[in-house]
Each structure stands twice: as C-alpha cells, then as structure tokens.
Design a protein around this ligand. Structure first.
Ligand code: NDP
Length: 246
C-alpha cells in the first residue's frame, strides 16, 4: 500500500465527495497531498486531519477553480509547499442539470469556467512542474459516453471537453513519461448527486449494476492510474459507472 511513497499530489476540489476520497486514498498509498477547495473550509480541515493521521503531509488551499489565474498560482503554491509535483487530479467540477432553454449564458460561463477553463489552467501550470513519470487524471462523466436523459446538455458538453484536454496532454507529455487519463464516474453518491436525491431512481434504470457507486470506488481507480503499474496507460478513459455505457 506504499506505492506512492515520496510522491507529491494535488487534487482540485478535495474538500468533499470524490476529491476528498481521492486525497485520502492517495495518502493511504504514501503520497503527501495538497488539495484545493472553494467554500467548504470545515470539510477541508477534516480532510487535512484525516491525511495527517495517516502520517502524511496535507495542505488545503482556498482556490476558486473558476479563476484561472488563481488556479495557476494554486498549482505553484502546492508544488512549493509539497516540495514538488508528481500527480495532478483535475477533479473540481459543478453540475448543471436543467433544460437547455432554462439555462442562461451566465450559467454556461460559470460551468465552463470551472469544468473546462479551470481544468485547463491547472493542467497548463502543472506541465511546467510535473516530474518525469508524472500523472494527470481528469474527472469526466458517464454522460459523455451516453447522455442518459434530457437536461444534461451543458454538463455533458463541458465534460466532453475533458476528453480532448486529456488526449492532447497525453501526446504532449508522453516523451517525459507523464501520462494523462480520464475517469468517467457514473452516478456516485456525493453532495452533487445524492443516492436519495430526486433524480436517483431514474439514474438506476440506466445501470447494469443497479446501485449508486461510492466516492471510494472512483478514488481506487484514480489511485491505480496514479501508480507505477499504470505507466503505459495514457490518452484513454476508465469508466467507473456500474455499466452505464454498456
Ligand atoms: P461534490 O459537489 O460532492 O464535490 C465537489 C468538490 O469540488 C468539492 O470539494 C468543492 O469544494 C469543489 N469545488 C466545486 N466548485 C469549486 C470551485 N469553483 N473551486 C474549487 N473547488 C470547487 O462533487 P463530486 O465529488 O460528486 O464530483 C467530483 C467530480 O466528479 C466533478 O468534476 C463531477 O463533475 C464529477 N462527476 C461526479 C459524478 C457524481 O455522480 N457524483 C458523476 C460524474 C462526474 P467546496 O465545497 O469547497 O466548494
């Protein structure tokens, strides 16, 4: 369980949900971890405590993913505080579930700023800092493989761009041994998509394994891609989606 010992990781949006589970899972495998958050300071402090209890260093950085300049600065700060950067998990994201006619251009700008521009800015800053053999893992969505119903156009569009980001980076960074991959979660029980929420039952009808996944199940896939055994996996995607795309 120590395959990430002496590795330095940054997780964007690590205060809650999949990001928090990933930050902790990376630390369980030996990594020191910095993570960003926007507004959940108490939850971020709990994640820091949990990582420190594992004997690893943890840094919580308040960085709005919608502010690309702050994101680039946050990546630099993370590398400075950790002492380097080996792993970037581009996780911060927001949902936007509504019929296209109900969404304003301000909604479009907000969602694209976090889900795409912020992810791009984090990757761009990390390119300069990542060590030889580094890792980038970006959070996509099962809705990019198959949009399960109406009301998801903006979200699916934003998450589809992550595939282009990741594949482009794989081509740019492969010669340095750096990999770039996407994970596509299906319905995962978090604040964004609670298993007892109003849309939960409809989502179950699309699955081969008819239950919500857990944040820990997604974190396990991310830590695998972050580890030494995944050195020859790049430019591809791993779905943790209960068979949503089957
Ligand atoms: P949650 O809403 O549960 O958690 C989101 C995390 O991102 C929080 O830590 C939050 O921090 C942070 N965050 C949100 N906006 C910003 C921002 N502007 N700047 C910095 N941090 C921010 O989401 P999930 O854990 O469910 O989702 C994680 C990722 O997985 C997202 O990219 C999402 O799109 C994707 N995903 C999730 C699915 C699901 O079913 N849950 C399905 C498919 C994809 P804070 O609280 O401090 O704002």
């Amino acid at each position: 369980m120590n395959e990430l010992l002496n590795k330095f990781a940054l997780v964007t949006g690590g205060s809650r949900g999949i990001g928090a589970a990933t930050a902790i899972a990376l630390a369980e495998r030996g990594a020191d971890v910095a993570f960003t958050y926007k507004s959940s300071a108490d939850a971020a402090a709990k994640v820091v405590k949990e990582i420190e209890a594992l004997g690893r260093r943890a840094f919580a950085l308040e960085v709005d993913a919608a502010d690309a300049v702050a994101v680039a600065d946050g990546v630099q700060q993370a590398a400075d505080r950790l002492g380097g950067l080996d792993i970037l998990v581009n996780n911060a994201g927001v949902g936007a579930i509504a019929p296209i006619g109900d969404l304003t251009l301000a909604d479009v700008d907000r969602v694209l700023a976090v889900n795409i521009r912020g992810a791009y800015a984090a990757a761009q800053a990390a390119v300069l800092l990542l060590s030889e053999g580094g890792r980038m893992i970006h959070l996509g969505s099962c809705a990019t493989e198959r949009v399960p119903g109406p009301g998801m156009t903006l979200y699916a569009m934003s998450k589809s761009a992550i595939t282009g980001l990741s594949k482009g980076l794989a081509r740019e960074l492969g010669s340095r041994g750096i990999t770039s991959n996407v994970v596509h979660p299906g319905p995962i029980d978090t604040d964004m998509n609670p298993a007892d929420g109003p849309f939960a039952e409809a989502q179950l009808t699309n699955l081969a394994v008819p239950r919500f996944g857990t944040a820990a199940e997604v974190a396990a896939a991310i830590t695998y891609l972050a580890g030494p055994q995944a050195a020859y996996i790049t430019g591809t995607a791993l779905s943790i989606d209960g068979g949503h795309a089957a």
